[in-house]
Design a binder for this molecule. Structure first.
Ligand code: PLP
Length: 401
């Protein structure tokens, strides 16, 4: 049999999807499973989004569309950018894709040659590593342990950018930690970015409407608009509007970058489909109360999860202020045994497996995000499952000997 391309040796299936798949299998076998694994919102978009999709079906052209994105979609995205305080862009600064994941892949393909430096913080969203490895980039991880609240500090970024990576990818609010940078923290990091002109900066801000406790959303460009010629903002409909399956993502940045993505779209996907485009326009320009209300709900759930974790001796968790994830350090369990099942816990992966087998609770091991002392809890499960899931989680730790 002929061989696959060499690069496929570096291609992995998403670790998060693997956990979700195992939980699905157990459920199919009749097990009572509560999933804290996959990061999808627990709400659907408003009725105006479905109305727009139906209407688009009625007048469907059935044709190929624009590689960059339909004008109406770009204009709606420009409005969304303005609402985020990012002004002065035109359609020529923007491009669309099949979700932010696709946009990020395209950006990396457009900006990184094999061997080029690709820097980002650990814990990271799994796909950053997967994309960088697939493209043969020189991945430069910047460790941000729980002791520094999982956040980059200016001196660390300064040292990293001194190595002149081609791309620095920044995620705020963070998946998997839920941490959010304050205005002061962003200002300090922006000053560092400004001192290193050889590096492109991608800001993956897809959770920027999900910020709690009045911290607010801040981008390097709010503090240093002069960085506009090399900062690229990425966003998506998935989390904000409850539309992960609709697959629409965006970027705004220098024209040359948007043009490169348009060229890649012409090779990879041609266009975001017409009906999806109509739904996306409706979500971006329609009533914004759905994401707002959800955000308040998520803050309450975050409190509930933290309250439970605080009852487990030795589990440490920096307080997340955005997205819908909590990322506790659970290394206190390592070297212990789950008494009722006899399962030994030597690592985050073994802990997540034992938790799933013993209690039917699915979490993602921290090593999937480059931090093997932790695990990720995504708290977007149905409301009725949250409290029982948290109780089972606490019981599991209480049963460790
Ligand atoms: C930080 C981050 N960036 C990008 C994405 C991709 O989102 P999309 O559904 O738009 O591809 C995700 C999805 O989980 C994410 O957590």
């Amino acid at each position: 049999m002929p061989q696959l391309a060499r690069r496929m040796g570096r291609a992995k299936q998403s670790a998060i999807m693997l956990v979700a798949e195992r939980a699905r299998q157990l459920k199919a076998q009749g097990r009572d499973i509560i999933s804290f694994s996959i990061g999808v919102p627990n709400f659907l978009p408003g009725p105006h989004v479905y109305a727009a999709a139906r209407e688009a079906l009625e007048r469907d052209s059935g044709q190929y569309g624009s590689n960059r994105g339909a004008d109406a979609l770009l204009d709606a995205f420009l409005g969304h950018l303005e609402a985020a305080g990012l002004t002065g862009y035109t359609r020529a600064n923007c491009a669309t894709g099949i979700g932010a994941k696709h946009v990020l892949f395209n950006l990396c393909e457009a900006l990184l040659d094999p061997g080029d430096g690709f820097a980002f913080a650990t814990p990271y969203w799994t796909s950053y590593l997967d994309i960088g490895e697939l493209l043969g980039a020189d991945i430069q991880l910047l460790p941000c342990p729980p002791e520094q609240d999982y956040k980059l500090v200016p001196a660390q970024l300064d040292a990293a950018l001194a190595r002149k990576p081609r791309v620095f990818l920044f995620n705020n609010p963070s998946n998997p930690t839920g941490m959010v940078y304050t205005r002061e923290e962003i200002a300090a990091l922006a000053e560092v970015v400004a001192r290193h002109p050889d590096t492109w900066v991608i800001t993956d801000d897809i959770y920027h409407r999900m910020v709690f406790d009045g911290v607010g959303y801040h981008n390097f460009l709010h503090l240093r608009p002069d960085l506009r010629d090399r900062v690229i903002f990425v966003d998506s409909l998935s989390k904000t509007y409850g539309m992960p399956g609709w697959r629409t993502g965006f970027m705004a940045g220098p024209e040359v970058v948007a043009k490169a993505l348009t060229a890649l779209n012409s090779t990879h996907i041609t266009n975001v489909p017409e009906v999806v485009t109509a739904a996306a326009v409706a979500a971006l320009s329609g009533p914004q109360d759905v994401p707002q209300a959800q955000c308040e709900g998520f803050a309450r759930r975050r409190d509930q999860v933290l309250e439970m974790l605080a009852q487990i001796p030795g589990v440490v968790c920096p307080r997340p202020q955005g997205a819908f994830y909590v990322f506790p350090d659970i290394s206190v369990a390592f070297g212990r045994t789950h008494a009722p099942t006899g399962l030994r816990i030597g690592s985050d992966v073994e802990l997540c497996n034992a938790l799933l087998e013993a209690k039917g609770v699915a979490c993602v091991p921290g090593s999937a995000f480059g931090e093997p002392r932790a695990l990720r809890i995504s708290y977007t499960c149905p409301e009725a499952q949250l409290a029982p899931g948290l109780q089972r989680f606490r019981e599991f730790f209480a049963e460790l000997a």
